[in-house]
Ligand binder design. Structure first.
Ligand SMILES: [Ca+2]
Ligand SMILES: [Ca+2]
Length: 374
């Protein structure tokens, strides 16, 4: 059950996708401790005692699941999380647990219910396959239902119809990576409805027909996300997705904008028709490269998403108290450094970014133009 302190905020939770609701929810969440039992997964088996599936099925309302090691768990069928409040954290040390669908199944089917709270964080979901939502299918449109998906990496998942990585309905998606997912019809990465995406990275997703990143229905908000080299075109939506502080970098000239989209403090290098600022040079230390095979998600990819010293995106975002309630950026650094928030999923950090790409983080990177360090 969601605690009473959350339920008393009924006006703020009744419905989805209102930014101020998220800010209040995150504030209250910081005081909320899952009161149930904590289960620890002790092996990488698909079924049986001690496995992830075993504990998901065993868990009662408000229980938590953690892992003894950063297992790679190969699945023969999807894991169902339906109708119970649960907290799942796949982080062990600095590594994440991987759920691998072996090219034949979806990893997770997540369905919230009234007054349920599902929080899934720090997982990799890779090499899955389904018709809709290759890696994950997520639904939460009941009253007071909340589903948060945080720091989950979706890699090389495939949908035969829509949403290569996932379908999201009534979900908050934060700090997630969508990399090299694809769909046979549309929505290479996601098929979404009434959901919010914050500090997410979309790289090298593909689709056959339309919307390499997403098919968007009603109520989509995209906040401080980066879209890099997805192909052929980014979105398909006949509704009005709203994009805040987001970066679009793509070398494919035929990219088209989302229909009816609203853009606030966003930049691109490719859309001449959207009236948002055009980046003339790459903001990255090194623009990601799919390698000689030109296929994303393979061994020869070169990916470096750090932001270059002096790039246009620094301090060009519009800070919104409600929209930017999250304190960390995509890489886990501070979300706001310097005068204000940057554009894109990653905040430029002069203290920790090797912006001159010499492999050493030093004073030169902190301020390359400072004569004292030259
Ligand atoms: Ca490659
Ligand atoms: Ca900044």
């Amino acid at each position: 059950m969601i605690p009473e302190v959350l339920l008393t905020c009924k006006p703020y939770f009744n419905g989805k996708n209102k930014p101020y609701r998220l800010a209040i929810f995150l504030f209250l969440l910081s005081f909320y401790v899952f009161g149930g039992e904590t289960h620890t997964v002790i092996n990488n088996h698909d079924y049986g005692e001690g496995s992830f599936r075993y504990f998901v099925n065993l868990a009662s309302d408000d229980d938590s699941i953690q892992f003894a090691e950063p297992f790679i768990i190969a699945l023969d069928s999807q894991i169902n999380i339906v109708g119970k409040s649960i907290w799942i954290d796949g982080l062990v040390g600095q590594q994440k647990v991987q759920l691998n669908g072996k090219g034949k199944t979806r990893a997770m089917n997540v369905q919230g219910d009234a007054e349920k709270f599902i929080y899934i964080r720090n997982l990799e979901i890779a090499d899955c396959f389904a018709d809709y939502g290759g890696g994950m299918k997520t639904f939460c449109l009941y009253d007071y239902c909340e589903v948060i998906i945080e720091n989950v990496d979706f890699k090389r998942n495939i949908a035969s119809i829509r949403g290569g990585a996932a379908t999201f309905s009534g979900v908050v998606v934060r700090g997630c990576m969508f990399f090299a997912n694809q769909s046979a019809l549309d929505g290479g990465a996601i098929f979404a409805n009434e959901s919010q995406f914050i500090n997410c990275m979309f790289l090298g997703n593909l689709c056959t027909e339309r919307g390499s990143v997403g098919v968007f229905n009603n109520g989509i908000e995209v906040v401080n996300c980066s879209f890099v080299m997805n192909e052929p075109d980014l979105f398909y939506s006949v509704h009005t997705p709203r994009f805040y502080n987001s970066l679009f970098w793509n070398e494919f000239p035929l990219m088209r904008s989302a229909y009816n989209a609203e853009f606030n403090a966003c930049v691109t290098n490719g859309w001449r028709e959207t009236n948002i600022p055009i980046l003339e040079e790459s903001p990255f230390v090194a623009t990601p490269d799919a390698g000689e095979d030109t296929i994303w998600g393979t061994w020869d990819d070169e990916i470096d998403l750090r932001m270059k010293y002096g790039n246009y995106c620094i301090n060009k975002g519009n800070f919104h108290v409600e929209l930017n309630a999250v304190s960390k950026d995509f890489l886990g650094g501070f979300r706001i450094i310097g005068d204000t928030i940057d554009i894109g999923a990653i905040e430029y950090d002069p203290e920790h970014t090797d912006s001159d790409n010499d492999g050493v983080m030093d004073a030169y990177d902190a301020d390359p133009l400072d004569p004292a360090v030259q």
